[in-house]
Design a protein around this ligand. Sequence first.
Ligand SMILES: [Zn+2]
Length: 101
Amino acid sequence: MHIVQKAERVARTILSSMPIYEFDCRECGARFEELTRAGASAACPTCGSDDVERRFSPISEPRVPVGLFGKAAAESNARRKEREAQRQERFREDRKRREKG
Ligand SMILES: [Zn+2]
């Protein structure tokens, strides 16, 4: 299997087993999102209270970039940069030739 597809599948597996839920803190009113197991609760990051209310189950769109992850994304960016540099290099050489000609 291609490394990128593998990374995406791993990421999706993690996300699907740990859905993001949105909570409202009854203690201080803070709203926060937590990756929790289904049915599990979370503690408020603001005041530390676990008297929280789950709002939605789960949030439909996880806030994770779709597409590449981690090392695969970095390698893809590096390749794109390299291609762009080569393209600019060719462009400069072409222009030089045209200026001479
Ligand atoms: Zn709170």
